[in-house]
Structures are given as structure tokens and as C-alpha cells.
Design a protein around this ligand. Structure first.
Ligand code: AMP
Length: 305
């Protein structure tokens, strides 16, 4: 049994009020895999890079329990590149550049040894590619989570709506929820988005936490108040990795367990933002993760009378 992760493996150039990076390793699947690996160790990756992508970064992923049999390396082509600049509030950002490069003609192939898949995490990518992976699975996974962003809403809304019919959980941020639903109220937005097909919806609100909806219930998890946020890049993917990693490890896909998974996703995201790129996630130990889970418990626990 395994967790199948599909998404970008990328080069990012990031600018925040604290500094600027040149091309560093990033990508939705990279963050998801690193985060999920703290909870689960059978992770199968599907993505594509060019021959400019460093072997050391692939080794790093393998070291963090990611099987890279499904990572295509395209000779003579360039890796997906994204560049973004954060505003002073660190909650909002402008995308400065998106170069699809290898992603443009990406034809994902699910290796035979990936078929035994309990959970599928369709990380941020073209919706048509997300669907193509799903259609190659001989058995429907027990849990399908899809993450997306405004870029795909702007460029391929129809395919995205089509993909949403197949998923159990959709994760997006508040701005994207409003864009996708055309509603300002997040409660109304959630109702509308759930009518597109997903059985659960997670709306991420950056430093203001995350909301989990199904048709009957709502749950809220705060983000950990941090003194310094250096780089929020990948926080959403890291959240998704912690969320799906916990569900995959426990094999309990109930709303009750999803609440816990939202907390674990928030725990992982709180680490991601502490350093540039994937640096903090790469160096995390189990003790430090456990300590932070306890900080979350303390943060939200209260008695009524
Ligand atoms: P997040 O901050 O969670 O939204 O994720 C940022 C990561 O997503 C970066 O590492 C980027 O490489 C990757 N990314 C940015 N734009 C896209 C896109 N349009 N499709 C897929 N991945 C993207």
C-alpha cells in the first residue's frame, strides 16, 4: 500500500521582505512528499524535470522515502520554473514568472509498481495531467485529494471542474475559493464548491489557519503564531502533505480523523515557513514535530466553565 503523489518538481526564485533566492529546488510534489514523509514512508512520486535538475535533489527526495521511478527526466529540456514575490504581510504574493518548460508536453506514466495505491495526492498541476494519472489507476484509491491554484482556474477552468467530480478532498486558499465559486462568503463558497463534486473542502487562510468543510460540518484549525515567517512558499503543499500523510498512515478517512489531519498539516506548514525553500523540512526530526503538535494542542485547548 502506498501514497501516490503527483505534482511539480521545480526551480523557484523567491523574493520576500527578508531576502531573495536565485533558483532553488521547489515544486508542489517536492513539498508534499517531504511533509508526508514525516508520517508515512511508502511514497511514490510522479513528475517531470529537465536535465538541468540536480541529481543531489533527487537523492534528497529518495532519502525522504520518495520512490522516484515515476519521475521523468527529459534530456535537453528545462525544469518547470516559478518565481514569486511576497508582500510585506507575507500572506499575499505576486507570481512574477511561470515557465512551464518540461510540463508543457508532460505525459505522466504510472509505473506498474505504483498501482497498489491507497491514497492519491493530486498536487498542483494542470488538471488534465491530474486526470490522466487518475485514469491510469486500475483501482480507485480510497482517498483522492486534489490541490490547485488560481493559475489553473484562469487557464483551464473547464478541465478543473471536470477533475473535481472525482475527488474526495479539494484544498485551495481563500482567494481561490472565492474565485472558483464566485461567492464572497467562505461558507457560501464552500457550499457551491462542494456541489461541484468533492466530498470535503479545505480552505487555507495562510497565517489565519484552515477550514475543513463537508456538507454537514465545519472544523477550524489555527496556524501557529510565529515570531518570524521567512518564506511562505510551499506552505500550502506542505499542509497537504501532512494532511494526506496522516490519513494514509492511519487508514481512517472519517471527518473526525480529517480534523486531526488538518492539525498535522498545519504543524508541518508552520515549519516550512521558517526557512527559505525546503531547507527546514529537510532537517526536521520526529521529536521536533511531536513537540510542535503539543504546542498546537495547547494553543487550541480550552474549557467551557
Ligand atoms: P504554495 O506556496 O503552496 O502555493 O506552493 C508553491 C510551489 O508551487 C512552488 O514551489 C512552485 O514551484 C509551485 N508552483 C507555482 N506555480 C505553480 C503552478 N502553476 N503549477 C504547479 N506548481 C506551481
Amino acid at each position: 500500500m502506498s501514497l501516490l503523489v503527483v505534482g511539480t518538481v521545480a526551480f523557484d526564485a523567491i523574493e520576500t521582505p527578508f531576502g531573495k533566492t536565485d533558483k532553488i529546488v521547489g515544486g508542489a510534489a517536492t513539498y508534499i512528499g517531504l511533509s508526508a514523509s514525516k508520517f508515512y514512508d511508502q511514497i511514490n512520486l510522479i513528475s517531470v524535470v529537465g536535465d538541468d535538475f540536480p541529481k543531489s535533489a533527487i537523492n534528497m527526495m529518495q532519502k525522504h522515502h520518495m520512490n522516484t521511478d515515476g519521475l521523468q527526466i527529459k534530456q535537453g529540456e528545462k525544469t518547470f520554473f516559478w518565481s514569486g514575490k511576497y508582500h510585506t504581510d507575507m500572506n499575499t504574493r505576486d507570481t512574477l514568472d511561470t515557465q512551464l518548460n518540461v510540463l508543457e508536453n508532460f505525459d505522466p506514466r504510472v509505473p506498474e509498481n505504483y498501482q497498489d495505491c491507497d491514497c492519491l495526492m493530486l498536487g498542483n498541476l494542470m488538471p488534465s495531467i491530474q486526470k490522466k494519472v487518475l485514469s491510469q489507476l486500475k483501482k480507485r484509491p480510497k482517498l483522492i485529494v486534489l490541490d490547485t491554484m488560481n493559475f489553473w482556474m484562469d487557464n483551464c477552468l473547464e478541465e478543473l471542474i471536470e477533475a473535481l467530480k472525482e475527488v474526495d478532498v479539494l484544498t485551495i486558499n481563500d482567494e481561490e475559493a472565492r474565485q472558483l465559486s464566485g461567492k464572497n462568503s467562505l461558507v457560501k463558497a464552500a457550499r457551491k464548491i462542494l456541489s461541484f463534486g468533492p466530498r470535503h473542502l479545505i480552505i487555507k487562510k495562510g497565517e489565519h489557519g484552515a477550514l475543513l468543510f463537508n456538507e454537514e460540518e465545519v472544523f477550524f484549525a489555527p496556524a501557529l503564531p510565529l515570531e518570524d515567517v521567512f518564506d511562505p512558499t510551499g506552505a500550502g503543499d506542505t499542509f497537504a502533505g501532512g494532511f494526506v500523510g496522516h490519513l494514509c498512515a492511519t487508514k481512517d478517512y472519517s471527518f473526525h480523523n480529517m480534523k486531526r489531519a488538518v492539525i498535522f498539516g498545519s504543524v508541518m506548514a508552520s515549519f516550512c515557513v521558517e526557512k527559505f525553500g525546503t531547507e527546514r523540512l529537510e532537517s526536521l526530526t520526529d521529536d521536533v514535530v511531536e513537540q510542535r503538535i503539543q504546542e498546537f494542542v495547547k494553543l487550541v485547548r480550552f474549557d467551557v466553565c
